[in-house]
Design a protein. Structure first.
Length: 490
């Protein structure tokens, strides 16, 4: 099993999808349990990989390599390191919890769970592929199930949101493909192998062109201002479990692309584009914060907050320093956990009240004390309260950006202040004040819903109290990356 462990992690969800597809409609009560069991298997395989993973090793581990398309020198090449492995763990965690959250889906369950498991395969493959054509295939695979999951099981404007998501991300992907082909034809010998591309000496002018092509593909997925407009629509219309995956995993695919491809393969261009990355990061942090502050829709507020929080990842990348890179990676993981929990909590209240208008609530802390406790906890984590994971990641990014530019650090601090405003305003409108008699019979969060958020609470608290453990997984790899691209080492 060890030699093909990564393949098992990627493709085992497809086994569950095939089983569900073959089951008769009379057995539809089993669909959700097969999906959950399959995600438990994926988590167990990920844990097996965790036991074999050596965080002190900077190279790729658990590598699988087989010639796939000989005519183009394309390989089925998988591997993981300190950059990708935390994302694999995050994907397994979020996908398993979202599978439990999917128990509320009652329409066309067979198609839903088949597409859901297909989506997990695409996400895992994206983080583990080391051949750029293989990476591109998995990257595009993610678009198809996500399009249907939003377009069929989404809200009133689901078709519009699904089409907007698909067109934005597909257009960005095509530009990314142009950049990939450019690197292939300018490498000697022609190769799509990431490890071989890193060793190529591309000209500075060529690097800038390819960096820009890759940047658009990755920036749409992050999403970076001004490529962000698909995100609020997709989040608002998507069913709750898909919003959780969208925020918890899919957005990280974009920033992962910078770490995995843009910076190591095109280091001179990355350094040249630093000021522009920092400007877009600062705009995204402040813009996302102000727009979130203006929202009355609970889900849309959390969606816009993602634009602001993901701006910290881009700012950490622009810092080109140990603190900046460490903070960016930690923010990717932390944001996936915290925002995933917030979307689950939005879904809890929407399933009961059938509205996301924050002004329609009030005084729910007395009616739903357990739910209120979870909401306050994750709101404080999102705004960066010391002792929770959001504080550690954003503080490291601020340290890194301060070394690069005090001006951009000031804008980032403004984003933190805005986060405190829109999250505390949300708490005041939803939980505090006079109780609305309309919601006096509203039931509190149930045990199934508690199970989906408690693991995220433990992780948020654990990282906040002892971040060193998670940092130890990617610090060696990031240090090696910084050394290879001429970044600032501690």
């Amino acid at each position: 099993m060890a030699s093909h462990l990564l393949s098992l992690i990627i493709f085992s969800p497809l086994v569950g999808a095939v089983i569900i597809l073959l089951l008769p409609k009379a057995q539809e009560s089993l669909y959700k349990w097969i999906s959950l069991a399959n995600m438990v298997v994926v988590s167990a395989l990920t844990f097996a990989a965790f036991l074999q993973f050596d965080p002190n090793q900077t190279g790729f581990q658990l590598v699988e390599k087989t010639l796939w398309i000989p005519q183009l020198n394309v390989y089925y090449l998988l591997g993981t390191d300190g950059i990708s492995f935390p994302m694999v763990v995050l994907t397994a965690l979020i996908s398993t919890l979202a599978s439990i959250g999917s128990f509320s889906i009652k329409k066309r369950e067979k198609e839903y769970y088949c597409l859901y498991l297909f989506l997990v395969t695409g996400m895992m493959g994206t983080f583990l592929a080391l051949d750029m054509i293989l990476f591109y295939v998995f990257w595009e695979v993610v678009l198809v199930p996500m399009y249907f999951l939003i377009g069929i099981w989404g809200g009133p404007r689901k078709e519009y949101a699904a089409m907007k998501f698909f067109l934005y991300t597909f257009a960005g992907s095509l530009l990314m493909l142009v950049g990939i082909l450019g690197m292939y034809f300018n490498s000697a010998p022609h190769t799509f192998n990431i490890m071989e591309l890193v060793a190529q000496d591309f000209s500075f002018g060529f690097q800038k062109i390819v960096f820009l092509a890759l940047f658009v593909g990755f920036a749409v997925k992050v999403p970076t201002f001004p490529f962000h407009t698909w995100l609020p629509d997709a989040h608002v219309e998507a069913p709750t479990p898909i919003s959780v995956i969208l925020a918890g995993v899919l957005l990280k695919m974009g920033t992962y692309g910078f770490f995995r491809f843009s910076f190591p393969i095109l280091p001179e261009a990355a350094n040249w584009f630093r000021p522009y990355l920092a400007v877009l990061a600062a705009i995204g942090i402040v813009y996302g914060g102000f727009i979130a502050l203006a929202q009355t829709d609970f889900k849309k507020m959390v969606a816009y907050s993602s634009i602001s929080h993901m701006g910290f990842v881009l700012l950490g990348l622009a810092a080109f320093s140990t603190n900046g890179f460490n903070g960016a990676m930690l923010q990717m993981f932390s944001h996936g956990v915290i925002t995933g929990a917030l979307f689950l909590l939005v879904g809890v209240i929407y399933d009961r009240a059938h509205t996301r208008d924050m002004n329609a609530f009030g005084g729910l802390n007395a009616q739903l004390p357990v739910y209120s406790g979870f909401l306050v906890f994750f709101s404080l984590a999102s705004l960066g309260l010391p002792g929770l994971s959001g504080f550690v990641s954003e503080f490291l990014v601020l340290l890194g950006s301060y070394e690069y530019s005090k001006l951009y650090t000031a804008f980032a601090c403004m984003g933190i202040l805005l986060a405190a405003c829109y999250l505390l305003f949300m708490v005041r409108r939803v939980l505090l004040g006079p109780a609305n008699p309309k919601w006096e019979s509203l039931p509190d969060i149930n045990m199934r819903e508690v199970v989906t958020v408690v693991p995220l609470l433990i992780i948020t608290l654990g990282i906040g109290i002892y971040p060193r453990y998670l940092l130890s997984f990617f610090i060696p790899t990031l240090q090696d990356l910084l050394a290879s691209i001429g970044g600032t080492l501690m």
